[in-house]
Write a protein that binds this ligand. Structure first.
Ligand code: ARG
Length: 439
């Protein structure tokens, strides 16, 4: 096992750095075995990306991680129904499940479940198909919907048993009534109930689009619901499918620990998403609160100083904090992000330091910080070195930029060109507070 783990770690190192991989492996291994992740894959993924799915899951298994897999069969059932000439109606997005529909759907679902288990076992890892005994249901609306279940309780014992014996639990969207009648359950409802019962650290939705897309069709890297939810819901380009997804995720996360995150990605990007800071897909979290401090204590500033030193790999002068002019501080709850704003030229706020740890950057904490910063300081100027990787990101946050030598000076919300000119000159000659020589 140790040997396999080593090989796997080396493989992971190729994705990012082995440091990142190790950090996440440690994080994911620190929660209770069954609580690492719930992975939901729609039927379309099993149809078009079975190989990628099986290899990503078996990879996790080799690392000693045991995701709970929940898979659908929508397109396959549609196809089978069409093939047997049975009309398949939908009501409020739910499949009306007559006995004839169930008779066709059930074997298709079992078959897919078996296929996925087989694909995993062929890769030399253990998997257990669990088709029953997890979702205890009542009829949702027997008259209208037929054999469709509404989940009353979730029994985790079958999947715990699988995990105890070293196998990946592979679940379907079928449940049973009290009397044992098999009922069809809507995929989103099942995922939600399962997630609430398992309380996993990670929730993974596998989609062909590999994430939620913005207005230009690009994958949105991170969403922090506390900061972005309302704004996103007001965007006209957030169309119905995405709107529903966001609502569901929001509802889901509200009942879980703040450390829980949802990753929306594709099967072939899953490893990259899980084991790198930047990820590959969309990471959704509730976010963390950001405290605003108008008179930060020396202790707090010392803490920020330390973060700044680590992140820039340079030492600040010992009197740095004391020399700041009316410093104000923004700091994220986890202390992985901070911004120090001082009184600049003519009282204009100058952003003296801005630090976000790399893992927090991947979670979108830099953007979340910036939103708060922008709300507190609609007028702001700052500078950054050309070579600093964050500089390219600042261009998107600023209204104007001015390059000179190694510096780029940025301003936001400063409309007066004369003042802007003075601020630029001021920024260029500011004392950065470093000790003479780099460490
Ligand atoms: N690897 C981390 C995780 O899975 C961070 C992923 C960041 N992903 C992103 N799309 N920004 O929790």
């Amino acid at each position: 096992m140790a040997e396999v783990r080593q090989i796997v770690l080396e493989l992971l190192a190729q994705l990012g750095s082995s440091k990142e991989a190790r950090q996440y492996l440690k994080e994911f291994s620190s929660v209770d075995e069954t609580r690492f992740a719930v992975v939901k894959a729609g039927g379309g993924i099993l149809r078009d990306h079975m190989d990628e799915l099986a290899s990503a899951l078996s990879f996790l298994h080799r690392l000693g991680l045991r995701p709970v897999v929940l898979h659908g069969a929508g397109p396959q059932v549609d196809e089978a129904l069409a093939g047997s000439g049975i009309e398949s109606l939908r009501h409020d997005g739910l499949r009306v499940t007559t006995e004839a529909v169930m008779a066709v759907a059930r074997p298709v679902i079992y078959d897919l479940n078996m296929q996925l288990v087989e694909a995993l076992e062929q890769r030399g890892i253990r998997a257990r198909g669990i088709q029953h005994g997890v979702f205890r249901c009542d009829y949702l609306d027997r008259e209208k919907l037929g054999l469709v279940g509404e989940i009353r309780s979730v029994n985790l014992e079958p999947l715990r048993s699988a995990v105890r014996s070293g196998a990946l639990p592979v679940l379907t969207f079928l449940g049973e009534s009290n009397s044992g009648q098999v009922l069809n359950i809507n995929a989103d409802f099942a995922a939600r109930e399962l997630v609430w019962a398992v309380k996993p650290h990670k929730i993974v939705f596998l989609t062909p689009s590999a994430g939620l897309l913005d207005r230009d069709g690009r994958v949105i890297s991170a969403i922090s619901l506390d900061n972005d939810y309302q704004a996103l819901m007001n965007e006209p380009w957030v169309h119905s499918g995405m709107r529903v997804k966001l609502q569901q995720i929001n509802e889901m996360l509200l009942k879980l620990d703040r450390s829980t995150s949802v990753s929306i990605t594709s099967a072939d990007q899953l490893t990259r998403e899980l084991f790198t800071y930047r990820g590959a897909g969309t990471l959704v979290r509730r976010g963390e609160s950001i405290d605003f401090d108008v008179q930060p204590t020396a202790e707090k500033l010392a803490m920020v100083a330390e973060q700044v030193e680590v992140s820039f790999d340079r030492k600040l002068r010992s009197g740095w904090a004391a020399g700041l002019e009316k410093p104000q501080l923004l700091m994220a709850k986890s202390q992985r992000a901070a911004a120090v704003v001082v009184n600049g030229l003519e009282g204009t706020p100058y952003l003296d330091k801005f630090v976000v740890t790399p893992d927090a950057q991947g979670e979108g904490l830099a953007s979340a910080m910036w939103q708060v910063l922008n709300a507190r300081f609609p007028k702001l100027y700052w500078r950054s070195r050309n070579i600093n990787p964050i500089t390219s990101w600042y261009f998107h946050q600023a209204d104007t930029s001015y390059r000179k030598g190694q510096w780029v000076v940025f301003t936001a919300g400063i409309d007066d060109p004369e003042l802007r000119e003075k601020l630029i000159q001021d920024a260029l000659v500011r004392d950065p507070g470093w000790q003479e020589s780099p460490r």
